[in-house]
Design a protein around this ligand. Structure first.
Ligand code: F6R
Length: 602
């Protein structure tokens, strides 16, 4: 998704804009650009390619000025090209904008503007915004923006600079993220907090339709009627170091290794004696719920699959787990007796946000599990439980996933507690939860083994993953991780389904990862594994002590922990196998091709 930076300062604007865009690289992009307001002229440099290409283009220019906007573009409308890159500028170069999101009615707006004599230089939806601002500008940029916003259908985070208001950057949003920062040296806008951290930890959050005007020493806020509003300055507990690689080669490896710590942080304060404490949910009455939906995308959806299994077992409330992009169009059966849970690392995923809004509209009680403080999903849900994973920079989700699993475990236990179910069984589970960080650390010590397992995939084009029950959710996530970072085609199957079709794919040399961590069905998975070995598969088995088989290519014995927590343990080797396979194949681990960290368009 696109990344945006903006600044009004008494110093130079460009260094902030560029470092911020670098911090936003994880969002994925194919072109980049900046506009600086310099001696009452807008100077725009933009180019297809990476930030190094932009820097190269900038090295031939002197771009000095105190106000500016920057953008990394992830193409939606129009190919990656110099002309389609942002910022976009009006004809007489007095207004420049950057946009993240999609203007759905841009064709209609473009026709209107063409009729008025405007010329377009790009194929983007975003360019209509700058010409509309030009068209409605009558001496007050806020009033022009107010009118333009009434014309736009779609999503946007927008930043505007104009020579008519030379100290200011005007910023607004709807359904796309942007956060505002303030320090003694200036005020800032950015798509995400890591872009601000080197300059400030003091931020304001915008709601949809709010307008912020950056000045060098303060920010003014307005509602959509241009009435001034007050915003609270919030201190972000992350430090800049947390957003750096800490000596690891890649963010993904660093984030995999952070898991013992962030699991501990996520558990902190949430267990007291034999009780789960989730004060965030204290006001919820769980007794009227007759069903629940767990909704998310990608990795967060896999966390939901595990979480739903646990929640239903513990509370006996039936749970339907759905991918957000399906849920929102499936006319789900929701009413005031429905609990809807939305899981999202970024808290900005467009489909998950739309699903949340649908559930709210239909009177469900909504809970968000989110990682990014103040993100839209976390603010719009009735209740939010935060994972404490810290900033996740690598595109492939690792520590966010395991902390989501921890939160969903706590949620199942907490809801059961509140419903007076099975609480007496928790002693063991709680003891095991407390041991989790240490056990995850122990599994990380076996990293060299997982690098060896990755060797099986060095020449492979396909890999198969099998498991049952909670292990099925784990292998779905293992397969997703592998394909997204190493581009090895990987599929996950319920082990019991193999003989209903997929086993036809197995031949001599096929690589199959099997997880058999659930004591009540591990033996059945082992039988399915034998069927694949008989057909020539190289099986890498993750199982419990006593369940080993002598004809697997490799066997990893999982630590002794409560079965409901094994998904968290198993995640570690599967993440590392994906990581080392990607390294063997020379892939860009932190920024896999075609992927973006935060999917803020449908
Ligand atoms: C995979 C991955 C994605 C995200 C998905 C949802 O490693 O990162 O599948 O899990 O795009 O993102 P969030 O959790 O931000 O809603």
């Amino acid at each position: 998704m696109c990344g945006i930076t903006a600044i009004s300062t008494k110093k130079e604007a460009l260094p902030f804009l560029l470092q911020g865009l670098e911090k936003l690289e994880y969002r994925g992009y194919d072109s980049a650009g900046v506009t600086i307001l310099s001696q009452n002229q807008l100077k725009t440099i933009k180019t297809k390619g990476r930030l190094k290409d932009l820097k190269e283009a900038l090295s031939h220019q002197v771009l000095k000025g105190q106000v500016g906007i920057g953008h990394t573009r992830w193409a939606t409308h129009g190919i990656p090209s110099n002309l389609n890159s942002h910022p976009h500028t009006n004809e007489d170069e007095t207004i420049s904008i950057v946009h993240n999101g999609i203007i759905e009615n841009y064709r209609e707006l473009k026709n209107f503007l063409l009729e008025k004599g405007y010329h377009f230089h790009s194929e983007t939806d975003s360019e209509v915004v700058v010409h509309l601002l030009d068209y409605y500008y009558k001496g007050d940029i806020l009033k022009a923006l107010q009118i333009v916003l009434t014309k736009l259908v779609g999503s946007y985070a927008l930043c505007v600079v104009t020579t008519n208001h030379p100290d200011e950057v005007v910023i607004t949003k709807k359904d796309s993220p942007i956060v505002i920062g303030k320090s003694d040296s200036g005020t800032y806008g950015a798509s995400d907090i890591p872009a601000l951290l080197e300059y400030t930890k003091e931020v304001y959050f915008l709601n949809d339709h709010d307008i912020a005007v950056l000045h060098p020493d303060h920010v003014d806020f307005y509602d959509c009627d241009l009435k001034p509003i007050e915003k609270e300055l919030v201190n972000i507990p992350y430090d800049h170091e947390a957003a750096q690689k800490d000596g690891y080669d890649t963010f993904m490896l660093k984030e995999i290794h952070e898991q013992p710590h962030v699991i501990k942080e996520t558990l902190r304060g949430r267990i007291s004696q034999d009780q789960v404490v989730l004060d965030e949910l204290a006001e919820i009455d769980f007794s009227p719920f007759n069903k629940a939906y767990f909704v998310a995308c990608g990795t967060a959806y896999h966390a939901c699959l595990s979480g739903a299994n646990i929640f239903e077992r513990m509370t006996k409330i039936p749970v339907i787990c759905q991918v957000a992009s399906e849920f929102r169009y499936n006319d789900p059966a929701i009413d005031e007796h429905t609990l809807c849970l939305f899981v999202s690392q970024s808290g900005e995923t467009a489909d998950t946000l739309a699903a949340l809004r649908l559930a709210k509209k239909q009177q469900a009680t909504t809970i968000a599990v989110a990682n990014v403080l103040g993100s839209t999903i976390s603010r719009e849900a009735d209740y939010t439980i935060y994972t404490c994973a810290g900033p996740e920079i690598a595109v492939a989700s690792t520590k966010a996933y395991t902390t989501q699993l921890v939160v969903l475990m706590l949620l199942g236990m907490y809801a059961a507690q509140r419903l007076d179910k099975k609480v007496d069984l928790y002693h063991d589970l709680i003891q095991n939860l407390m041991k989790l960080p240490e056990l995850v650390e122990n599994v990380l010590q076996d990293e060299p083994l997982f690098a060896i397992y990755a060797e099986y995939l060095k020449e492979a084009h396909d890999a198969y993953f099998i498991g049952r029950s909670l292990d099925y959710a784990s292998v779905l996530e293992g397969a997703l991780k592998l394909k997204e970072v190493s581009y090895v085609h990987a599929d996950a199957y319920i082990a019991g389904e193999l003989k209903h079709g997929p086993i036809a794919l197995i031949e001599k040399g096929s690589v199959l990862f099997a997880v058999a961590s659930q004591p009540h069905i591990a033996a059945k998975t082992i039988s399915n594994i034998q069927e694949t070995i008989a057909r020539g598969a190289n099986v890498i088995l993750f199982t419990l002590k006593g369940m080993e088989i002598n004809n697997a290519a490799e066997t990893y014995i999982l630590p002794d922990i409560h079965p409901l927590l094994q998904s968290i343990i198993v995640a570690i080797p599967l993440q590392l196998i994906a990581y080392y396979t990607a390294c063997l194949k020379g892939c860009d681990v932190d920024k896999p091709r075609n992927l973006a960290k935060s999917v803020t368009v449908e």
